[in-house]
Design a protein around this ligand. Structure first.
Ligand SMILES: [Zn+2]
Length: 242
């Protein structure tokens, strides 16, 4: 066994880049420090990523702790602060100190998170605007209904003053029926007045239909903006949790 591990040709063909001593120093070797909790795959991966040495990291990163009570206070203080890969703080980069579960967050990722946060704020404002629009649209429907009731009353009152209420209540072609009756009564000159009142009432009915349609549209827009907000929030939770 020892011969194979230390000098077999097979080993040189596919060498294990991690020597036993590196395993010992790795963050998965826990039990000594304050940050003793089980170290996740991600945390140890980050650690290897920074120390494998093939590719030296450049630029800056944001220090992120896992955020629980076991994080050592020196690292808790670094949470959210920016450091340079060229200039490690005391004790090393995230994940380098024994049992450290901290990680280095890409500054690029952090930029995306900032944009995402802005998008979420905008989505909130959008929802507020859309809520106002829905409220206004609902108000228009109610006002339209009130207006219809008012105009209907006006029309029926006018017909009643001519003693023709019964004719107005029947279905079918109300106007031609009323016109005929006015002719019989010898007051066909009142027809124009009745016609105007009738069409005002009918127009109000059409307005209600239009207001209802607008209300439905506005509600749809509001629902879409809420969905959009939830999606952004989900992305934020996945991508940008600290
Ligand atoms: Zn740490």
């Amino acid at each position: 066994m020892a011969i194979i591990r230390n000098g077999s040709p097979r080993q040189s063909l596919s060498p294990d880049p991690r020597t036993p001593s590196e395993f010992e120093g790795s963050p998965t070797w826990h039990g000594r420090d304050a940050e003793t909790e089980y170290v996740s795959e991600t945390a140890s991966y980050d650690h290897y990523d920074t120390n494998d040495g093939d590719e030296k990291k450049t630029g800056t990163y944001i220090w992120r702790t896992v955020g629980d009570s076991k994080v050592r206070s020196a690292h808790a203080e670094r949470n959210g602060k920016t450091y340079s890969w060229d200039d490690p703080p005391e004790g090393g980069h995230p994940g380098e100190a024994p049992n450290c579960r901290c990680r280095a967050e890409d500054v690029k990722n952090s930029k995306e998170c900032k944009e995402l946060k802005n998008a979420i704020e905008n989505a909130k404002l959008q929802i507020e605007d859309n809520r106002k629009d829905v409220k206004q649209a609902r108000k228009n429907v109610l006002e339209g209904q009130r207006e219809y009731v008012r105009l209907e009353e006006e029309f029926l009152t006018l017909v009643a003053t001519l003693g023709l209420s019964d004719l107005a209540k029947r279905g079918g072609n109300t106007l031609s029926r009323l016109k005929k009756a006015l002719g019989i009564l010898g007051v066909v000159d009142r027809f124009h007045e009745i016609e105007l009142a009738f069409y005002a009432m009918e127009d109000a009915k059409k307005d209600i239909v239009a207001y209802r349609k607008t209300l439905n549209n506005q509600q749809q827009i509001l629902n879409d903006s809420i969905r959009q907000f939830l999606e952004l929030t989900r992305n934020n939770d996945e991508m940008c949790r600290n």
